[in-house]
Every structure is written in C-alpha cells, then in structure tokens.
Design a protein around this ligand. Structure first.
Ligand code: GLC
Length: 532
C-alpha cells in the first residue's frame, strides 16, 4: 500500500503530555517523560500518538487557549526536546500528530491584546468585533453550562468580541487574509520540525455569515482545502484529522473529493456503540453506518470510544440522550454540557466483558481506532475535579508514590478508590496474560496483521438475534467474520449456511467450525478468519 496512506491501517493513541509522565519532579508531565515511555507505547502496538496542545497557554481550557503558536510551554520542555521526542518516536515507527487550534486563540495572545487595545492596530481585524451582541443569532452555544452568549463585552476595546467556546478564547477572523496566511505558517513550522500531521480542533466554525448557524460554511471548507493543498505540496504523507461534531452527511463533506481532510472522527457512531450495548440491540450501529456515505479510498474514519472531553451526546436524539444519561451518568455531577464526563471503565461499571466487547467494536468497525491514554488499563476518573479534568488525571504507571507518574506533587489530584493506582496500573498488567492491557494489545496486534480491518469492505450478516452485531470485513482474499453479542444474556444465533465453515479464531488462536447454531455468552465476541 502507498505509504502515504499509513493512517488507514494505524492504531492511534491520544494523550495529554501533562498527565502522561513527569521526568523532572515538578509534578507536570513533560516531553522527556513521554520520550521515556515510548517503549511502553511500542509494546502496546501504537502507530501514531496524538498529543494534546503543548503551546504556551494560560490554561483556561487546558491548552486549547493558545498564547503563542510557535513554541512549547516550558512546563512541557523545549522545542529541542520535542525534536528528540519526534526522532525517538520515528525510530520506533511511531508517528506524532498534534493539535492545531485554528478557530481561536487565548485572550492572553499578544494578537488579542493588541487587537483590543487599539482600533488602528493591524491586529484589530484578527478577531471578530461588533458594537452589539445581536449578530449571528442562529448560532448555538457549545459550552452551554458556562457561557450564556457567543459575544462578550470587552471594556478596553469598547466592543463585543465573538467566541464559540469560553469567553477566554476569542475567535480569529478568517475573513482577514493575514489570519489565513498566518495559520499556514503555523502549520509549516511544526511540520518542518517533523510532526506527522494535525488533529484540527473545531474546524467547523472558522467563518461567520449572517442568517446561518455559522457551521461548515462554504468559505470554511474552501479554506480547509487550501491548507490541505499546502500540506500535499510541501509535506506529503502528513495528515489532517477533523474534530467536527456533525451528522454523517455533513461529516463526509470534510473529506469531500479526498481533497480536504484525510480523517474525521465519527462522532455519530461513537455514542451509538454505547447505546447499542445499553439496549442490547445492534440496530443503532447498523442504522448510523447505513446513513454514513461512502468516502474516498484515501480517506478514513477515526473511531473512538473516549477522549479528553465529555462523551458527547450531541449526535443522538433527545430521547436517546435521556436514556444514555440514565444508564451511564446516574449522578448529576457526571453530566457536562450535552455529555458525560467519565472514563470508559467506570461507564461500563468496570464490567470487563462490556469493556472488551465495546473495544471489539472499536477495533473491527470500518475506520482506524484511537485509544485514550489509560483506557487500555481500565483507568477511572475523578469526579471531584471540575469540567473535564476528571478524565485527564495522571497516568497510573505502578503502585508506588503518585502512581509512578511523578516524584513531586502531581498537578492534579489522583483517582481514588476502586480505580486508584494501587489497583489499576501498568506495571501489574503488562506481564499478566489475563489483564485488560494484554487483551487490548492482542486486539491491536491482530488488527495490524489484517488490512481487512483498516481498508476492507463491510457487510452485515443477519444472525436472527437483534443483540448480535455480526459482519464481514473483507480485503482482497482475506475475509474476517466478526460476531459481537451486545446482550447481558446468552444468545443462540443461526449461522447462515454459507458461513457454516472453518475459521481461525484470531483472538484464541484455535481452529473453529461454525455449525447451524452457535450459543454466545453474554457480551462475548469472536473475530474469525475464514479458511480457504
Ligand atoms: C475542542 C477540544 C476541547 C476544547 C475545544 C475548544 O472541542 O476537544 O477540549 O475545549 O475544542 O478549543
């Protein structure tokens, strides 16, 4: 396969540098710490790491509020240390992508400071100002738990400024050609350093137009295509991954003819994996994949179960959201905006069977999977921490002081109780063949041996039971039959005649013959390679 399509068969891993590993005892994870832990990620089988923002920032939104696009926050280290990290990762065949936050800066950014202080400053027009707060009334508020408007009055400027996220994150004005050019330079800067691409933060909101909801506007897509063509011309092989929380039809426009994004998170599929599991009925997954348009060969969905934000329930109906809140967020403090601020293992009530079967979906449905750091060992969250911080706690390496994360006072309170580091940590799992870590590692290894998962077609197979998600993944002469039982009870399925044959059970390593009827244990799953 064309090496520039590496992302189609890769396994991704998202991490917070601050939370991963502290090398110097200041309590903050850093680039040197991450470099030390590359062997761990290689052991797990990760092909590409997405690192959350490491730019200088006042941290009003954990680094998604950038105060300087051209350097690394000293808490994490230096540009030289980033180069060392990139080189060490590349030596292990691990790529690194980072966040590119186009839509907004921090209010501490010198551009914003100049913009608000002086109407004649060349930076005035870098942001979106208005005399009143009445423009763009059709636009929704994303951080609805905190913000009441997308406009905030600035005393110094004597005007309102526009922001889609926190009021400490003023939106850049993409109607200004200088802003458009500047962001291309930001991209060139990091790509020249050796970064393999970007997870593009909130690309949906770049332009504003009256009478619209200001999402996915034609002007926005045109600009995204322009940055893609720069990447193709100057940095072939580097990727753009879209974080756009939209319905499948809208999302497909972010790939367009294969000339915009390489990858996009499948936001509508994500909650439906949880929904299907809670309902013991695969149809939510089947329906959303049927509603998902085909995408160009060179494009790929990014599949995920969790990330550093709340588990977003924007892409389900109100009824479904209510159901999922009752099921997965039974206490009010677990809810944030339109989502759930918990990690995977606690959401699954630490039921190992459920954690495994939902991962089986993650690793076998069409797309490339991304893991959120710590979920491979079943880490928990800390609901005492505000906002989304409860799912960004220090990685639990071992049962020594501070989870082996830092010799100093960690930047964050650790997770307590059932999911505390004394019980849940890397050291106790890497060498234990029955651990969750080993199970995920095995799924990754098998997935990487079969291009059918990343590049193959997909066909649903009706086995007569609604709780069973059964499908074929096929690439060239490699055919894999995947069967997941999403029910809490055993189910006997009817195997259609053409599939009553011999298989290699990829997870168990043994041979298996499927007969007319097969009984599946609750939440069990099989990945079966058809023998020729
Ligand atoms: C994205 C990030 C989120 C951040 C927001 C504003 O949604 O994932 O963490 O708060 O953008 O930058």
């Amino acid at each position: 396969m064309n090496n520039n399509l590496w992302y189609k068969n890769s396994v991704f891993y998202e991490l917070s540098v601050r939370a991963f590993k502290d090398s110097d005892g200041d309590g903050h994870g850093d680039l040197r710490g991450l470099t030390e832990k590359l062997d761990y990620l290689q052991t797990l089988g990760v092909d590409c790491i997405w690192i959350m923002p490491i730019y200088p920032s006042p941290l009003r939104d954990d680094g998604y509020d950038i105060a300087d696009y051209y350097s690394v926050d000293p808490d994490y280290g230096s540009l030289d240390q980033l180069k060392v990290l990139i080189e060490a990762a590349h030596q292990r065949d691990i790529r690194i992508i980072m966040d590119l936050v186009l839509n907004h800066t921090s209010d501490a950014h010198p551009w914003f400071q100049a913009s608000r202080s002086d109407r004649s400053s060349p930076y005035r027009d870098y942001y979106v100002w208005n005399d009143d707060d009445k423009k763009y009334p059709d636009v929704r508020i994303i951080f609805s738990d905190v913000e009441k408007s997308n406009w905030t009055w600035d005393e110094k400027a004597g005007q309102y400024f526009w922001h889609r996220f926190y009021s400490t994150q003023p939106d850049l004005n993409f109607d200004n050609p200088k802003v458009r050019d500047e962001m291309l330079n930001v991209m060139r800067f990091w790509l020249t350093l050796g970064i393999d691409g970007f997870r593009v933060d909130a690309p949906t909101y770049l332009f504003e137009r009256e009478g619209t909801n200001c999402e996915s506007l034609p002007e926005t897509h045109a600009y995204l295509k322009r940055i893609r063509s720069m990447m193709d011309a100057e940095f072939p092989g580097a990727i753009m991954l879209a974080e756009s929380n939209q319905w499948p039809g809208e999302l497909a426009r972010y790939f367009d003819a294969g000339d915009e994004f390489h990858m996009a998170f499948h936001f509508p599929l994500m909650p439906r994996m949880y929904l299907a599991l809670a309902q013991g009925d695969a149809s939510a997954i089947i329906d959303i994949l049927e509603a998902t348009p085909a995408i160009p060969e060179s494009c790929q969905w990014m599949l995920f179960l969790r990330n550093h934000d709340e588990l977003s329930l924007e892409m389900v109906t109100e009824n479904e959201r209510g159901f999922m809140w009752r099921e997965y967020a039974p206490e009010p403090q677990m809810i944030l905006n339109l989502g759930i601020r918990r990690r995977l293992a606690p959401i699954m009530r630490n039921d190992r069977r459920k954690i495994e079967v939902i991962n089986s979906l993650l690793f076998t449905l069409p797309g490339s999977p991304i893991l959120y750091y710590g979920d491979e060992i079943g880490m928990g969250d800390n609901l005492n921490l505000p906002d989304r911080n409860g799912v960004r706690t220090p990685m639990q390496w071992d049962d020594s002081l501070n989870a082996g994360f830092s010799t100093g006072e960690p930047f964050s309170e650790l997770v307590q109780g059932e999911f505390g580091y004394q019980r849940v940590n890397v050291a106790s799992q890497v060498n234990d063949p029955s651990s969750l870590f080993r199970c995920i590692k095995r799924m990754i290894a098998i997935r990487k041996e079969h291009a059918a998962f990343g590049s193959g077609g997909m066909e649903w197979i009706d086995m007569g039971i609604p709780s069973v998600a059964a499908f074929l993944r096929r690439y060239q002469d490699d055919t894999i039959l995947v069967i997941n039982n999403l029910a809490s009870c055993a189910e006997t399925i009817q195997i259609p005649e053409e599939y009553q044959t011999n298989y290699l059970n990829l997870l168990g390593g043994d041979l298996q013959t499927l007969t007319a009827q097969v009984t599946l244990q609750p939440y069990s799953y099989m990945w079966l390679e058809q023998l020729k």
